[in-house]
Design a protein around this ligand. Structure first.
Ligand code: B3K
Ligand code: ZN
Length: 872
């Protein structure tokens, strides 16, 4: 197995000047003719071979400048095409290959989804369409001609602008598209199919009119309006916030039902997983609407951060992904509630990125080697990448951050560039030295920050010590200290912010401490009383904080902190500590439970807090989060028992109050997905969760909410809560849900997700039966992920069963899926990254399942790499 290293990066000896593609798309196969205008670079020695990438290609014909090549002039195999001695000048390489899109179950390159021909090229799919220099530093303008049967594919789309179309005889028609912006091949796209559409337009800040369209299966047009609305708001936001205007006259989105991930930012032609486009209140939840808005924005924002400025090589992936996630998070924060969004994003980071960063799959946001690049589209590259950009904005301040971004767009437009170049624009625009800061991109692992403090009343001096440490990660035994921005405040006994007259021992700028060494001790003078420190406000850095605060201090913060994030975090920390200690044999005291209960009630009754925030504040940490907190020798059953005991203790005495608040909480009709309504629904469903988890009255309430629901948010919540806590009604509700929405694949996914989260011992047998059903769509990524992804990521007691049955079920399924779609298979397998945290018996059972997978099957590079890293 070949490993690719960043240190080996070198430009190609040849460059591609322009690309002319001609697709003849027919039911029995697609013929691709590519005319590539190529030239050697000035420094290339004459006679240097030209090596193009291919993947499962078969060459039909080849010519240079119109003359067919003799057999000795080239070497073609499935994975490459070498021109032995290319002309030492500009020339046109003309190749033809034939593809079988209908047989392409990997969903990379050209494939068919429900009859529609479509493409996915990032990162290395274009080489499955034609021989090419398939790497992101090769940028060229593309012209694409497509010919297809008019009856099957009346709609013909590609990147850029349509320049011609017409009849091609024999029931065929053609269209020609031209994209004037040079682009890497991973941004190439085409779509040919029989599709409906909704259209709209957007006038840019300089007054240009852009035609917008969303294409979908006929009959689904009515479910595309929220996506269109999100697109227009995204376009306006990028102009306002970053001064970025759209650059073509047309922007198309196509929704397809078979897609390996969420969506793809192809220039002028975004292709989306239909679950991130379609929404109507009866079948989509508030979370679905939220996701649509976020991903539509994300892909649109890539037009500048990704397309106009792209990555030099795939090691730089987080240059476009981290930055674009930061931009979509900011968009959602501006459109909805900033604190609620921040809590949401941090929860996601802690749930998915922290375990990655603390386990066998840890890697830096900018990795320096890989075997299979598809395995590096990770939460570290995306979400930690976004946190790094956010820290940069925090360190520089809004004005200087924008100056740096402006310089980035100005200096690198039209280029394929690097993380170093990105950091440099901020140094140049602001005169800041970011030499230490860049380590965030290069070093894996979540820093742990320890805090201790003391107060001396006589001298009115407060001393605060912060120290950082990063545990070793695979391949990185020694860690450097990072530049960690700590946003903070000191809170006095009356709950108000405290001031100080002087501070020494480190760098403090307004409300920002720069933790730039292993340890920093700050001495604040002129501090009248002992303060409670509020640290990492707004989660100003992606670290694990180990503070010395007592439960009383934390509940004090939960009441008084002016920072909503830390109010939320304080409550979560109290619950996490109590449950984790109980799971390890030290049960809470009655006084501790009483104090937390009172804090929750006070939070619920605080008229100044928004319902969406309250919903987040009353949530009990998930079993997976608790396992991660405990970190080693984890027994998921002990955690589940402790959590159950805890919720019961907490809820028991306040069940009446919770139920009264549940009953009293009304949500206006008709349904709207806006943040205010969604917040009320989430609070109501949060109350229902507490009542179901911690009392015997929730089950019936959930069942009646399920029946009465007028929208999917409430209906799904009622079913999912019932399944998760495996109430007496759960099976009946699951059964009803399955038949009530039969025929809607996206609702079927919800059923699969809820089914996979049931904690009872029958769940594995039921999942086996679901997978074995003859009509189960076993090539569709959404279905597979809904069932298996949910199981490995959020059903810890069953996935990590002591008898190993959960592990074996998953490895057996992965072996089958791997034959069809390696990307989906390897993604499911990453669930095994928890093995090192488990107690020895479960860990061994998990390893045995992985060993068997490795011994008994020929695995894809995708699965092989993940497996070896987990077993290493
Ligand atoms: N850039 C694509 C992701 C491609 C994933 C390839 N395995 C979507 C996005 O991040 O916007
Ligand atoms: Zn992206």
């Amino acid at each position: 197995e070949q490993t690719i290293y960043l240190k080996d990066y070198a430009p190609t000896p040849y460059r591609i000047v322009s690309v002319d593609l001609d697709f003849r798309i027919l039911e029995d196969g697609t013929r691709v003719r590519a005319q590539l205008t190529i030239e050697p670079r000035a420094e290339t020695a004459p006679g240097t071979p030209l090596v193009l990438d291919g993947d499962e290609l078969k060459l039909d014909s080849i010519a240079i400048d119109g003359a067919p090549l003799v057999l000795s002039a080239y070497v073609a195999d499935a994975n490459s095409l070498t021109i032995v001695e290319p002309p030492n000048r500009r020339f046109v390489l003309d190749t033809q290959v034939t593809l079988q899109p209908e047989a392409n179950t990997r969903l990379m390159g050209l494939y068919r989804s429900s009859g529609t021909w479509c493409t996915q090229c990032e990162p290395e799919g274009f080489r499955r369409i034609t021989y090419y220099l398939d790497r992101p530093d090769i940028l060229a303008p593309f012209k694409v001609r497509m010919t297809a049967p008019v009856a099957v594919a009346p709609v013909l789309l590609a990147n850029g602008n349509p320049i011609d179309r017409g009849d091609a005889g024999d029931g065929l028609h053609y269209a020609v598209w031209e994209d004037p912006f040079p682009k890497p091949a991973y941004l190439f796209a085409l779509v040919a199919g029989d599709l409906g559409a909704i259209t709209d337009s957007f006038t840019t800040m300089s007054g240009r009119k852009v035609d917008l369209a969303i294409y979908c299966t006929h009959g689904k047009e009515g479910e595309c309006h929220y996506a269109m609305d999100s697109l227009k708001r995204s376009m306006a936001w990028d102009e306002r916030r970053f001064g970025r205007e759209y650059d073509l006259d047309i922007f198309n989105i196509v929704a397809v039902s078979d897609f390996n991930f969420g969506a793809m930012e192809n220039k002028g032609l975004n292709i989306f997983n239909d679950r991130l486009v379609f929404a109507k209140p009866e079948t989509a939840t508030d979370a679905n609407y939220h996701g649509i808005e976020r991903v539509i924005a994300h892909e649109y924002f890539h037009n500048w951060t990704g397309n106009r400025i792209t990555c030099r090589d795939w090691f730089q992936l987080c240059l476009k992904e981290g930055l674009t996630v930061y931009r979509d998070q900011e968009f959602t924060s501006d459109e909805r509630s900033r604190p609620v969004q921040r809590i949401h994003d941090v929860q996601n980071l802690r749930t998915s990125q922290f375990p990655e960063d603390g386990g066998p799959l840890a890697h830096p946001p900018r990795p320096d080697h890989y075997r299979e690049i598809n395995n590096f589209y990770t939460t570290t590259v995306y979400e930690k990448g976004a946190e790094i950009v956010r820290m940069l904005a925090t360190l520089l301040g809004e004005v200087d951050f924008r100056k740096g971004m402006d310089l980035y767009f100005e200096r690198h437009d039209g280029e394929a560039t690097t993380i170093e170049a990105f950091i440099k624009v901020f140094e140049d625009a602001t005169g800041t030295d970011l030499g230490q800061f860049i380590t965030w991109y290069l070093q894996a692992g979540t820093p742990q920050v320890e805090v201790s403090d003391s107060f001396d009343a006589a001298s009115q001096t407060y001393t605060l010590t912060l120290s950082q440490k990063v545990d070793p990660t695979p391949g990185q035994p020694d860690k450097q200290s990072l530049l960690i921005p700590v946003r903070f405040g000191l809170i006095g006994p009356n709950g108000n912010a405290m001031s100080w007259s002087g501070v020494s021992g480190g760098t403090v700028r307004d409300d920002l401490i720069l933790l730039d060494k292993d340890s920093v001790t700050l001495t604040f003078t002129g501090v009248a009383n002992k303060p409670v420190p509020s640290l990492f406000r707004g989660f100003s850095a992606p670290v694990k904080l180990r503070s010395s605060l007592t439960q009383d201090d934390l509940l004090f913060l939960a009441r008084h902190d002016s920072d909503p994030f830390n109010r939320w975090d304080a409550l979560q920390t109290v619950s996490t500590n109590l449950i984790a200690e109980a799971a390890q044999g030290r049960r809470w005291t009655a006084a501790q439970a009483d104090a937390l209960r009172q804090a929750l009630i006070d939070t619920l009754d605080n008229p100044e807090l928004d319902p969406a925030f309250k919903a987040q504040a009353i949530a009990i940490p998930a079993e997976t989060a608790l396992g991660r907190h405990i970190g080693k020798d984890v027994d998921p059953d002990a955690i589940a028992r402790a959590r159950h005991d805890f919720v019961t203790t907490l809820v028991g005495p306040m069940a009446d109050q919770l139920e009264a608040r549940y009953d009293a909480l009304t949500v206006p009709e008709p349904y709207s997905p806006d943040a205010a309504q969604a917040g009320r629904r989430s609070l109501r469903n949060g109350l229902l969760t507490l009542l179901t988890a911690g009392s015997d009255r929730g089950a019936a309430l959930a069942a009646s909410q399920y029946e009465a629901a007028s929208n999917m948010t409430d209906r799904y919540a009622a079913m999912a809560i019932s399944a998760h806590y495996w109430t007496d009604e759960a099976q009946a509700l699951l059964g009803d849900f399955r038949t009530r929405f039969a025929g809607d694949p996206l609702v079927f996914d919800k059923w699969l997700t809820a089914s996979a989260q049931a904690p009872d011992d029958g769940v594995i047998e039921r999942m086996r039966a679901i997978l074995a059903a003859p009509d189960f769509p076993r090539t569709n990524p959404n279905r597979l992920r809904s069932l298996l992804g949910s199981f490995v990521m959020s059903n810890p007691t069953q996935f990590a069963r002591a008898d190993g049955a959960g592990f074996r079920f998953v490895t057996e399924a992965v072996a089958e899926i791997d034959k069809v779609n390696p990307q989906v298979a390897s993604r499911v397998l990453t669930g095994f990254r928890i093995l090192p945290t488990l107690e020895a018996g479960r860990r061994d059972a998990g390893r045995a399942a992985l060993d068997a997978l490795k011994a008994q099957h020929t695995l894809s590079r995708n699965v092989g790499e993940i497996l070896d890293r987990i077993l290493a």
